[in-house]
Design a protein around this ligand. Structure first.
Ligand code: AMP
Ligand code: ZN
Length: 471
């Protein structure tokens, strides 16, 4: 499989360190609010990546953190803790907020057929791991204590900006407009590993540490959790593109300085879902959730389909019109699958040729839109329905679009609708029953229903009125 590696800026042949298992780490949600559909775009594409690797025969061990402490309102080390902000907003404790939004996150994932990672670890459960790394960094001279906090010293690195040739001045923390400079820092990009002093002294969760009672910085949690479960080497690390700097840049800085060797080989970054007026963002407070899409009548699968139609390394613009187009395309696809007849023989040769095309799409830097084209190719193929259904079922282990289930549900609905009949004599009786019901004459309505039942007629009450069918 060829994947674009943000570290080398190239598509590279993916080769895990060990043939036995792919060690995959994913930055999890900050659980102070619902995930928006932009966040979920990232998790959908990471889910497709994990399922593709499994489909291609790899064992995958995937770990995800839950950020329930340490993520400040600004990516610089200033501002209030996001969790504390959420707790204040809702008048709950930080742990209540964390539990509620963690559950909400996985409920959204389930609606979108996003598989749960093998290990899910809240940051608050790994404090000793973080302390161990901070101690190691201090010992090796990569960190210093100043003004009550422990900082990572970026001047000790040969190369700090590993992902891009950032314009240092623009990105430098502390010189960004509106961000107050932290005078404890020796270098502008230094970042906090452990806080005991912050302007926001009412931090709810604090732990004892060699540097006093405090709490970890955000970046250290992903290094600590990854090392705890996946050891000193990581094959692939995923996240949204906004995480490349400073979060992932800092993860690499501290992990490699602590370990004394390269840490992670491949970095997979999903680009953003934007609206017409910019990036969708949780902190802005106004954003779209899966529940909101459902309230408006959208099937979460249509949103997954919408995401898969475009490449993960392109920004995706969300608009209702774009989503509506995806709904039409998804429903059309399902209706084409629904007319395929079950049973019969699978043509192994055709099946494997179709599969090759699908694998080719995945192998080409996870080209999901091409993988969807491979789905249409199945429908167009000159082969048996059984072969087509087998291929679609196989592809859907990666795409997870409910292709078969949704088609079966549509078949049942269509059968029910076609069973609804018309016959003037029966129509009159059905109408008489409806009239009796309206007049609250339920005894008469029941009598007519029983009379019809005796004739083998079943009444179906629908929002459009009573219909009937022979049973
Ligand atoms: P957070 O809960 O803010 O820590 O973000 C969870 C994940 O969503 C991270 O991997 C982010 O990089 C990613 N993310 C944030 N905003 C967007 C967006 N507008 N589109 C896609 N991914 C995003
Ligand atoms: Zn992370």
């Amino acid at each position: 499989m060829y994947l674009y590696n943000s570290l080398s800026h190239k598509k590279e042949l993916f080769q895990p360190n060990s043939p036995d298992v792919v060690k995959m780490y994913t930055c999890g949600p900050t659980v102070y609010h619902y995930a928006h559909i932009g966040n979920l775009r990232t998790y959908i594409m990471e889910d497709v990546l994990e399922k593709s690797l499994r489909y291609l025969g790899y064992n995958v061990m995937r770990v995800m953190n839950i950020t329930d402490v340490g993520h400040l309102a600004s990516d610089a080390d200033t501002g209030e803790d996001k969790m504390l902000k959420g707790a204040k907003r809702e008048n709950k404790s930080v742990m209540e907020i964390a539990q509620y939004y963690t559950d909400a996150f996985f409920a959204d994932c389930e609606k979108l057929n996003i598989k749960k990672p093998d290990i899910i670890q809240p940051a608050t459960g790994c404090i000793p791991e973080f302390i161990r790394i901070v101690e190691g960094l201090l010992e090796k001279g990569y960190a210093y204590f100043a003004g009550g906090n422990v900082y990572f010293d970026t001047s000790k690195l040969d190369k700090y900006y590993v992902f891009n040739d950032h314009d240092e001045e623009n990105l430098a923390i502390g010189v960004r407009e509106g961000v107050e400079e932290d005078t404890n820092k020796r270098n502008k990009n230094d970042f906090v590993l452990w806080f005991t002093k912050s302007k926001f002294e009412d931090q709810a969760l604090k732990w004892d540490s060699p540097w006093g009672v405090g709490y970890p910085g955000w970046h250290i949690e992903c290094s600590g959790i990854s090392m705890k479960y996946l050891g000193e080497d990581l094959d692939i690390h995923c996240g949204g593109i906004d995480n490349a700097f400073p979060h992932h840049t800092n993860e690499i800085a501290q992990s490699e300085s602590f370990l004394g060797h390269k840490w992670c080989n491949y970095w997979f970054h999903v680009h953003h879902l934007n609206t017409d007026d910019g990036k969708m963002s949780k902190s802005k407070g106004e954003f779209l959730t899966v529940s909101l899409l459902q309230e408006k009548g959208y099937d979460p699968m249509a949103y997954r389909f919408f995401c898969l139609q475009s490449h993960y390394r392109r920004n995706l613009v969300f608009s209702w019109e774009n989503l509506d187009n995806a709904v039409v395309a998804y429903e059309k696809l399902i209706s084409k699958i629904a007319i395929l007849k079950d049973g019969g023989n699978v043509d192994a040769e055709v099946f494997s040729a179709l599969r090759e095309r699908f694998i080719g799409a995945l192998n080409g830097d996870l080209n999901t839109s091409l993988a969807i084209t491979a789905v249409y190719d199945v429908l167009k193929a000159k082969t048996s329905d059984a072969t087509k259904l087998a291929a679609l079922k196989d592809f859907d282990t990666v795409l997870s679009l409910n292709l078969i289930q949704a088609a079966e549900a549509l078949q049942i609905k269509q059968e029910e609708e076609s069973a609804v009949s018309s016959d003037p004599e029966i129509d009159v009786l059905v109408q008489a029953r409806s009239d009796a019901k309206k007049a609250k004459n339920y005894a008469e309505a029941d009598r007519i229903r029983d009379e019809l039942k005796a004739k083998g007629i079943e009444i179906i009450d629908t929002p459009q009125g009573a219909k009937w069918r022979r049973v």
